[in-house]
Design a protein around this ligand. Structure first.
Ligand code: NAD
Ligand code: WQD
Length: 365
């Protein structure tokens, strides 16, 4: 297949791009680089070693999903078999401060993309949704669990899901795949791809990684009075390479199957904040300082997936455990600090595809 992958130089998009290439699918990355680095393109290229001249192709376009002229031109000139849509904003705290930005990028951006896909009769859209759409629950969350997103970010995801279901109903030939990720974590085992948050990390694992590398003094544990085994928050962490594998399986299964296909991507196993810190200590080989602070507003005690549906219908199993997530996160963190920032030569906007010094084909916008 030939896949357009928005947000393709981001954390999850880059791992999915590599997994798609390795599965034999050609990938065009579209990203405005607002939260990622163009050097990611050459690292994907480095990891993908085509075995034959017939191999899948990788190309990159720097652009914004809200740019109608760009999207119109792209979708009218290229024939994609599917769009995997990762581009968007994702910080819950920031979404309270800048809700309009979240609705602009996440909702309006997706509406424009999906509308143009339908205009040009592209058959399939896979959307990055989130466990954050669910209401709090003391038991594992399955796809039928009630939704009650508690932040503008979560609501932007929930509204997009609803909108895509409406578009699908009006266009029964359309395939919509909604994947609700729980807590993606870790990095590619090569340490060439991973998460590089700007400023203070919002999520637990990148924060712990920065304490382990000496960039920060101590971890703040947000509350130890939750009704969990050790009192700290419990989450269902899933290795980002497993997340990527889930995308490939979902796409291969449903690309040509009209309808709405909804899956959780989790492991079905919860770990507390203290368990994550302990696993990271094993990975980096030293004791990590932490301090118990007050609860973070809006946090739930425990969020764990029921992962049965993806296992039964897609044959998906998240194979990598918490220790592998922290091992890979630590390896990535060390590389991140050593690596000089190298920008590949991006071609200017032209009418012809060119190949940059990074060896990657850059398509015209
Ligand atoms: P990320 O920020 O690393 O990747 C998103 C990419 O989209 C970035 O490269 C950014 O530059 C790009 N982008 C943002 N707005 C854009 C726009 N308007 N046009 C073009 N490109 C744009 O985030 P991620 O962790 O890889 O998340 C990818 C998707 O998965 C997001 O939609 C996010 O909401 C969703 N998600 C992430 C998590 C998580 O914990 N990481 C969990 C559930 C869902
Ligand atoms: C995990 C646990 C914190 C940081 C968020 C989004 C969600 C999804 C995944 C995109 C919690 C605790 C954290 C720290 C801590 N993203 N913690 N100290 O909150 O489950 O989910 O990321 O869709 O939408 O809300 O993940 O990594 O922030 O927190 O004690 O410095 O770690 O309280 O229990 P969360 P997280």
């Amino acid at each position: 297949m030939k896949i357009l992958l928005t947000g393709g130089t981001g954390y999850i998009g880059s791992h999915c791009a590599l997994a798609l290439l390795q599965a034999g699918h050609s990938v065009t990355l579209l990203d405005n680089l607002s939260n990622s680095d163009a050097a990611v393109v050459s690292r994907i290229r480095q990891l993908y070693q085509p075995q034959s001249a017939e191999a899948a192709e990788l190309s990159f376009i720097q652009g914004d999903i809200r740019d109608e002229v760009l999207l119109e031109r792209l979708l009218s000139t290229q024939r994609y078999d599917a769009v995997m849509h990762f581009a968007g904003l994702k910080a819950v705290g920031e979404s309270w401060l800048q809700p309009a930005d979240y609705y602009q990028h996440n909702f309006n951006g997706t509406l424009l993309l999906a509308s143009l896909m339908q205009k040009h009769q592209l058959p399939c859209l896979l959307f990055s949704s989130s466990a954050t759409v669910y209401a709090a629950s003391a038991t594992a969350l399955d796809e039928q669990s009630p939704c009650a997103p508690a932040s503008p970010y979560g609501r932007s995801k929930y509204f997009v899901e609803a909108m895509l279901k409406d578009l699908q109903q009006a266009n029964p030939a359309f395939s919509v795949i909604l994947l609700r990720y729980f807590n993606p974590a870790g990095a590619h085992h090569s340490a060439l791809l991973g998460e590089a948050p700007c400023g203070t990390p919002n999520n637990l694992l990148p924060f712990v990684a920065e304490v382990a590398s000496g960039q920060r003094d101590e971890i703040q544990v947000f509350g130890d009075d939750y009704p969990t085994a050790d009192g700290t928050g419990v989450r269902d962490y899933i290795h980002v390479e497993d997340v990527a594998q889930g995308h490939v399986l979902a796409l291969q299964q449903h690309q040509a199957e009209p309808g709405v296909h909804l899956y959780n991507l989790g492991r079905g196993q919860g770990y507390s904040v203290l368990q994550v810190i302990q696993a990271f200590e094993q990975s980096c080989g030293r004791v990590l300082p932490y301090r118990i602070t007050t609860r973070r507003p809006g946090d739930l005690p425990s969020t764990v997936a029921c992962a049965d549906k993806a296992q039964q219908l897609l044959g998906f199993t998240a194979r990598r455990d918490l220790q592998q997530m922290t091992d890979d996160a630590w390896r990535w963190q060390q590389q991140l600090q050593q690596r000089p920032v190298v920008q590949p030569q991006l071609s200017p906007i032209t009418d012809k595809a060119t190949t940059g010094q990074d060896g990657v084909k850059h398509e015209p916008c």
